[in-house]
Design a protein around this ligand. Structure first.
Ligand code: PLP
Ligand code: COI
Length: 341
């Protein structure tokens, strides 16, 4: 199959319309069969619940071309499970997990020409999402929902790829203690838009959010979890009920322990101890692992010993091993890789 004529190596993280998307509708209390369609637009009431009360949840995962030329996706079962958890919290129907995986396969298979070739550094990003579609004016959940998955080829989330980024400590909160930080709901990202625009205007790449109750503990950024490396090579990641359970982070903890023989710790991380870490990185599907070189705390800088030129050595090993697994250069743990015909 011929690949599309795209400058794969220079792709940023943007939207490019691809040929097919999957759509399923939930009406009268049941999901329909679902199908691939061509139309990338959505027609809905001006009073649709998603437009008035932001009843929407989503996921993000990627398809890769491996060294052997196969097309694969990484741990889609965990995205299916997380979407189901997000839906429950948002009073939305669960999209059955087996159907989710089948829909991912259909979308990747139908858009194979857009799966970037091996070695280009690009991947096919998949965006499953679900939203309340019928008119709702009193505050209540919708009765009817639409589930979709579209695909778009992407390059690195941060310009400069694996170059260390600079982030700032944000004064605004992302998630409340008993709120929705642990699910992937659009509303969490709407909350972060003013903060990210402000950070960019000030010359920073991202925000570090602290826990909103005490503002003493590290939570996450707008779109990735944190990983820290101690001076004696331990991998530490923040534990919190108000951050998204990143699939990349959970995978990296396994990679650190089982592939690299490193000690790993998931625990509360106080902002005060951040200055003592040797390396810092952001991890997520879009971010992969993006090294953080510097954190600006209201003008006071924390500069990690790994510097602003390249990833720290442990972060680099984690990156190489994870991407090696995703691209088929390193044997994956059982069940992590799904080959798409
Ligand atoms: N945290 C937030 C807020 C995110 O949006 C994402 C992206 O999905 C992540 C963390 C990373 O999660 P994952 O590794 O599952 O993509
Ligand atoms: C992802 O990594 O899949 C996300 O959803 C993060 C988003 C900020 C692009």
């Amino acid at each position: 199959m011929d690949k599309k004529n795209i400058d794969w190596s220079n792709l940023g993280f943007g939207y490019i319309k691809t040929d097919k998307r999957y759509v399923a509708n939930y009406t009268n209390g049941a999901w329909d069969e679902g199908a691939l369609i061509d139309d990338d637009t959505i027609n809905m009431s001006e009073c649709a619940c998603v437009l008035q009360y932001a009843q929407t949840v989503f996921e993000g995962l990627k398809a890769y071309t491996t060294e052997k030329g196969e097309t694969v996706v990484f741990r889609p079962d965990l995205n299916a499970e997380r979407l189901a958890n997000s839906a429950r919290r948002m009073e939305m129907p669960v999209f059955p997990e087996e159907k989710f995986i089948d829909a991912v396969e259909q979308v990747v298979s139908a858009n194979k020409a857009y799966v970037p070739p091996y070695g280009t550094g690009a991947t096919l990003y998949l965006r499953p999402f679900m939203f309340g579609i019928n008119p709702v004016i009193g505050v209540k959940p919708a009765d009817d929902f639409q589930f979709r998955i579209f695909a778009t080829p992407v390059g690195p989330y941060f310009k400069g790829g694996a170059k260390p980024i600079t982030i700032k400590v944000c004064d605004l909160d992302r998630a409340a203690p008993h709120g929705t930080g642990y699910i992937k709901a659009g509303l969490n990202y709407a909350m972060s838009l003013h903060a990210i625009v402000t950070a960019h205007k000030e010359g920073f790449d991202e925000n570090m959010y602290l826990d909103s109750a005490t503002r003493t503990k590290v939570e996450e950024t707008g779109g990735a979890n944190f990983l820290f490396i101690t001076k004696d090579n331990k991998v530490v990641t923040p534990k919190s009920d108000s951050i998204l359970p990143s699939i990349t982070r959970r995978s990296l903890m396994v990679v650190a322990k089982d592939y690299l023989g490193l000690e790993v710790e998931e625990r509360e991380v106080y902002f005060d101890e951040v200055k003592d870490f040797a390396e810092c990185g952001l991890c997520g599907t879009a971010a992969v692992i993006s090294p953080v070189g510097k954190i600006n705390d209201h003008g006071k800088e924390i500069c990690f010993p790994s510097g602003m030129e390249k990833m720290g050595p442990v972060t680099q090993k984690l990156y190489d091993t994870l991407t090696g697994i995703q691209m088929g250069r390193i044997e994956a743990p059982k069940g992590w890789i799904k080959v798409i015909d």
